[in-house]
Ligand binder design. Structure first.
Ligand code: DSN
Length: 430
């Protein structure tokens, strides 16, 4: 078995080296800072602390209590809200906690269709199905890549769901919460916002502010535009003790037992770093997404939502049917050292063979790239997909571009290696 362990370590080093020399453009991924990573591999990983600070089911939790109180305080400060729970262990788990808190089996819940960019939580085969709630789909404006507000008002008045979820995995523009708020009030529905993709942009003041626009509850994962550990969070702007209790018991014991203390501690570091560096990081993340969209458009790619400036977030969507379709293009890009994902676009039916790809700027921004590098990335797309240069040649160009961008920015200890995790423990396994 020693050989198996050695092999697992070698594969993991190989994986890190692959990403170190690649251009990572997955919109939902990011890099963890050195101090957050340090806590992620600390003794906290080995412990249990069910419950809330000061009300635990285990002994030995005094330091965990202080870490969790700090994490809660940082979350409330960063999002200017009155309630936080940092126990969900992922974005989907956070969504399940909200579904448990706000809905009953059989309820109708407003949401978007997967092909319009919704997360799989909204699907019958996902969290919605698990809770037994039924989706009411908002009509979609495919030109503007957002909810069709007049038609959505009609649907909401006709169906009267008690809860309305806003939020997407292909998240180009803010959701029209302000516009729909009077309708939600009229039908007595609560607004719920899944901010997984745009959490760091919201915190950095570069997107909408859903908790102050009319949504009561926000759920999210914590590792996309907010560059934290893989974990989850609940936030709310409420003094209602009953709602707070329901959200807390949705998180525990509803959908978690232990809440991954190492990840919760790492999240506290990431929240503190975002309070310090998040505004600038979020601004540059959006600037880079817009620069990449424009550069691809100028090179003949069909980037969605051109009349609206392509995007106001970290994400862009590109229709690549003429280049071979989403699945084939994503594979060709990966062979050339550019990591992206195929993505359903409005009108698509097959998730295995969709018409689009989704690109995101969080990771390339985190390692210090700017608009000039976005133009060079667009050149890689053009060389591979329009000029049909070999994947090997394009991969070499991608590695050359990435060579100067392999250290972390926008965190304490900026400049540390972003991809070489053994540097942290000071020894190499070879
Ligand atoms: N699967 C993630 C994404 O890529 O959008 C969301 O959980």
């Amino acid at each position: 078995m020693a050989a198996t362990v050695a092999r697992l370590r070698a594969i993991t080093r190989h994986h890190s080296a692959r990403f170190e020399s690649a251009i990572p453009l997955i919109a939902s991924e990011n890099l963890l800072s050195p101090y957050a990573k340090e806590l992620l591999i600390s003794d906290l990983h080995s412990r249990y602390a069910e419950g809330l600070p000061g009300e635990r089911y285990y002994e030995g939790n005094e330091d965990v209590d202080e870490i969790e109180r700090t994490c809660l305080d940082l979350a409330r400060r960063l999002f200017r809200c009155s309630f936080a729970d940092v126990r969900p262990t992922s974005g989907t788990v956070a969504n399940l906690a909200v579904l448990k808190a706000l809905t009953e089996t059989g309820d109708l819940v407003g949401t978007s269709r997967l092909a319009d960019g919704a997360h799989i939580s909204s699907a019958g085969f996902g969290a919605f199905g698990l809770r037994g709630v039924k989706p009411v789909y908002y009509p979609w404006d495919a030109e503007r890549m957002t909810i069709d507000v007049p038609k959505a008002r009609e649907v909401l008045r006709a169906t009267r769901p008690k809860t309305c979820l806003f939020g997407l995995s292909l998240f180009l523009f803010p959701m029209p919460i302000d516009e729909l708020r009077p309708t939600l009030e009229e039908i007595g529905a609560r607004g719920w916002y899944d901010a997984a993709h745009v959490l760091g942009l919201i915190a950095g003041g570069q997107f909408q502010d859903p908790l102050h626009e009319g949504c009561t509850v926000l759920s999210a994962s914590t590792h996309k535009t907010l560059p934290g550990p893989q974990h989850g969070i609940l936030l709310a702007q409420t003094e209602d003790p009953e709602l707070r209790k329901k959200l807390e018991s949705g998180a525990f014991p509803g959908v978690t037992s232990n809440h991954h203390l190492h990840a919760m501690a790492a999240l506290a570091v990431s929240l503190a770093e975002h309070l310090e560096f998040g505004r600038e990081y979020a601004r540059r993340t959006v600037e880079n997404a817009q620069a990449l969209a424009l550069a691809l458009h100028e090179r003949g790619f069909d980037v969605l939502a051109e009349p609206l400036g392509f995007t106001k977030s970290h994400t862009i969507a590109v229709r690549v049917e003429k280049e071979g379709g989403g699945a084939a293009v994503a594979q060709q890009l990966a062979a050339a050292g550019v990591i992206a994902n195929k993505n359903l676009l409005p009108g698509d039916r097959s998730p295995k063979n969709p018409g689009g790809i989704r690109l995101g700027s969080p990771e390339v921004t985190r390692v210090g790239m700017g608009p000039k590098e976005m133009a060079r990335i667009a050149d890689l797309f053009d060389r591979l997909l329009h000029r049909h240069e070999s994947p090997e040649d394009v991969r070499a160009a991608a590695a050359e571009l990435k060579h100067d961008f392999t250290t972390l920015q926008y965190c304490f200890a900026a400049g540390e290696a972003a991809y070489r995790y053994y540097d942290l423990v000071g020894r190499d396994p070879s």
